[in-house]
Design a protein around this ligand. Structure first.
Ligand code: KIV
Length: 284
């Protein structure tokens, strides 16, 4: 059986095990300190967010992956700040417990740190979000500091950063070479020093993610970054099997909703065509 610190904590504190009623950035820090793994999932709308929150997910990320799975774009680049705010506001209305982090979309922070702050303020004010996330290391550190100076918590994102897909040219595993791995480690340290409360590492070697998670004190949440980090995040549409076209090695599918929903709709269509629906009990 795989060693899991979360189980060890539950055993150790059996009678005093603390269930967090509301997740804050401080709670995430406490979870890292005591070795409890952090669970994170993307959410983009009220109804799904309500279910995820009831299931006690720790962090909901209103990811710019909404560009792909909600808006049907090929990349995360086209989604606008207005669209992100609309998704975020509906997620916020659904939750009682989870910490809600919202992606700053492409083009809303890369210009300069003032623009980054204005975008982050719009997300906090109009969606009533709890924190923002942005992609990059040393290139964005000035923006990170400026956003933080307004009292807005920032989550970093390193490794595969999909907003730079046209620079990378591929969605392959990042930082396999020494130079890129070293830059990633120094970027992680920079982001921690700047004041980020957590860091997402996407699609990098497990060993490198382990080094980063051990090197910095803030929680490191992985997606395709192996088990030796402080938490895991997946895109909900992938994990629930709504989206069948995307099957990377790191993905665990918990449901096959595409088939389930298709089957239900096929049955509904057939019931209407055959005059089976509505029956006597389904009318006034
Ligand atoms: O937008 C997103 O869904 C993300 C996750 C992949 C971490 O940034």
């Amino acid at each position: 059986m795989v060693y899991c610190p979360t189980f060890e904590i539950e055993k150790k504190f059996m009678s005093t095990y603390k269930e967090f009623k509301k997740i804050t950035t401080h709670v995430l820090h406490e979870m890292k300190l005591r070795g409890e793994k952090i669970s994170m999932l993307t959410a983009y709308d009220y109804s799904m967010a309500k279910i995820f929150d009831a299931a006690k997910i720790d962090v909901l990320l209103v990811g710019d992956s909404a560009s792909n799975v909600m808006h049907g774009h090929e990349t995360t680049l086209p989604i606008t700040l207005d669209e992100m705010i609309s998704h975020a506001a509906s997620v916020i209305r659904a939750i009682n417990r989870a910490l809600v982090v919202v992606d700053l979309p492409f083009g809303s922070y890369q210009g300069n740190s003032k623009e980054a702050l204005v975008s982050a303020i719009r997300i906090m004010k109009e969606a009533e979000a709890h924190a923002v996330k942005l992609e990059g290391g040393q290139e964005v550190v000035e923006s990170v500091k400026r956003i933080l100076s307004a009292g807005i918590p920032v989550m970093g994102h390193l490794g595969l950063t999909p907003q730079s897909i046209y620079k990378f040219g591929t969605y392959e595993v990042r930082a396999k070479e020494e130079a890129e791995a070293e830059k990633l480690i120094s970027d992680a340290i920079l982001l921690e020093e700047a004041g980020c409360f957590a860091l997402v590492l996407e699609k990098i070697p497990s060993k490198l993610a382990q080094i980063v998670s051990k090197t910095i004190k803030i929680p490191v949440i992985g997606i395709g970054a192996g088990p030796h980090v402080d938490g895991q995040v997946l895109v909900s549409h992938d994990m629930l099997g709504i989206n069948k076209d995307f099957s990377p090695k790191f993905l665990r599918r918990y449901l096959n909703l595409y088939d389930e929903i298709k089957g239900a709709v096929e049955q509904y269509v057939a019931d209407i065509k055959s005059c089976d629906f509505p029956n006597e009990n389904e009318q006034y």
